[in-house]
Design a protein. Structure first.
Length: 311
């Protein structure tokens, strides 16, 4: 009878799952809806039911289940709060183990497991200490040191998006703070820069390819690649904030490499080039010239990282 491992990435809309071999090969992946009604009481039972259905279909044994959730998680698998799932404090590890009879269960924050997945099978291959930054609607982060997730005392380690990078900021971030990295380097943050970008003597929005069209992060990066001066200035400002933020992270954890993922990362090498330049400008000499890589696993990073915790 074959032994299988399952990686689970719980999102606010869908739960992504992957069935893996003992060698870490992804055999099959599937999704189920995330039922967040009634304070998310059905989420874990639905996951367990789906795993059992897959086990019966394959005729094997489930040897381990790893799971990522969008919130802080303690080392012993207690989820402290997941607003997107409707959860308060939930001992997710114990519940999954109890419902499945599988003793080898691990739970972690979703950004952290994505970082672990990229280190194992994606853009961070070949390193065992990386920082991953996910640039999407918000900015997430995961820190892996010597192959282990840095969770922090309350499971909130790696919240890179809420580093303070601009003490002069007057507008509030979604977290309630001001001047967070997320306000400048998320997809919405980049658009925000473009809409209010004012440099005396610099390029003007009305002279840009962005004039009169819907401004998106993709349009900004595409414009910069084609030589649009205004877009180039916006990308420079984006890179300055991201490079500055990652320099601060490096001063504390000294990773071997940075891996940049999320929807914004589809802009490609332009992001790595501008970020690395500003990173080197701000970091101490002993930490300069780190590797900067693009993430490779996309939406599968979470299931890979989740299963890596138990395989």
């Amino acid at each position: 009878m074959a032994n299988f491992y399952v990686g689970v990435d719980v999102g606010g809309t869908t739960v992504k799952m992957g069935l893996f071999s003992e060698e870490g090969e992804l055999l099959e992946k599937w999704e189920i809806p995330t039922r967040t009604e009634e304070s998310g009481v059905n989420i874990l039972p639905d996951i367990v039911k789906s795993i059992e259905s897959k086990r019966q279909e394959k005729g094997g044994h489930i040897s381990g289940i790893g799971m990522g959730v969008p919130g802080p998680v303690t080392d012993d698998g207690v989820v402290l709060k997941c607003a997107n799932l409707g959860w308060g404090v939930v001992s997710a590890k114990n519940e999954v183990s109890s419902l499945t009879g599988v003793g080898n269960v691990a739970i972690a924050n979703d950004a952290n497991i994505a970082a672990l997945g990229e280190m194992w099978k994606g853009g961070g291959r070949g390193f065992n200490s990386i920082v991953m930054v996910t640039l999407g609607t918000g900015v997430g982060g995961g820190i892996i040191i010597r192959g282990k997730i840095l969770t922090g005392s309350m499971g909130a380690g790696g919240e890179i998006g809420h580093l303070k990078v601009n003490p002069q900021e007057t507008e509030s971030c979604n977290c309630g703070g001001k001047g967070c990295l997320e306000q400048y380097t998320s997809a919405t943050g980049i658009v925000r820069i473009a809409k209010k970008h004012l440099h005396p003597g610099g390029a003007k929005l009305e002279d840009s390819c962005l004039a009169g069209v819907e401004i998106t992060a993709k349009a900004i990066f595409d414009g910069a690649k084609s030589g649009d001066t205004y877009c180039e200035e916006v990308v420079e400002e984006f890179g300055r904030y991201l490079g500055y933020g990652l320099a601060n992270v490096a001063q504390v954890v000294d990773p071997e490499a940075f891996v940049i993922g999320g929807g914004v990362s589809r802009a490609g090498e332009i992001i790595l080039d501008v970020t690395k330049r500003y990173y080197n400008d701000h970091v101490m000499f002993a930490l300069q010239n780190k590797e900067f890589r693009l993430a490779e696993l996309g939406n599968d990073a979470g299931i890979y990282g989740a299963v890596k915790m138990v395989i």
